[in-house]
Design a protein around this ligand. Sequence first.
Ligand code: DC
Length: 232
Amino acid sequence: MVEPLIITLDGPAGSGKSTVSRRLAEQLGLEFLDTGAMYRGIAAACLDLGIDSADTQAVAELAGHCRIEFNWQAEPPNLLINGRDVTDRLRDADVSAAVSDVAAIGAVRDVLVQEQRRIGTLHPRLVTEGRDQGSVVFPGAQVKFFLDADPAVRARRRADQIRQSGRDADEAEILRKILTRDERDASRKDGPLIKPDDAEVVDTSDLTLDQVLALLEQRVRERVGAALESAP
Ligand code: DC
């Protein structure tokens, strides 16, 4: 039997966790689960079907009835909703604007939390990233991290990303949106962003991506090195 090894990375947008968790999984020879992609996938499906993301009941109904799957052959895995590959749609501006509403709906979270646990059973050697992975979805995970960064740093990173893709970015406006979203994510009734007591907090404000990665890898090897060696 494969020995389970679940590593969770939670934290707010711009903390650097997406890239870090994907690369950490690669370096440790584990699979990688991007749970934000699942919320984005539901948001994309709503928009493409003309469902208003503020219509809680209709969104919940859709989430309950659609098939959400990853193609694990791709790296990172592609997301399919009802058999259609929606990966390229996930970062579109309309999806990013709608996803917060979708992620605040309790019934949607119930569906996706259940699906994430199912994925954890089928892919038990996993780095999983999101907002509630260590607190709600995998409370028994072997290693938990909570990545954070100063809001101004997170705004600058986001602005750099936008500029790299050739568009203009208003950093002050981005910062304002980040603060509003933090407030909303922390105070929502279902699945709020909370730091699990047993998670190690890593402030990435003054660290490069490579430094964060090296730190996390070192911690994982210290704590569960033996389980890593037993990889199939
Ligand atoms: O990490 P991201 O930007 O792809 O996340 C998209 C949205 O989904 C964001 O509003 C936070 C939310 N989310 C969540 O509520 N729970 C998760 N486990 C992952 C993401």
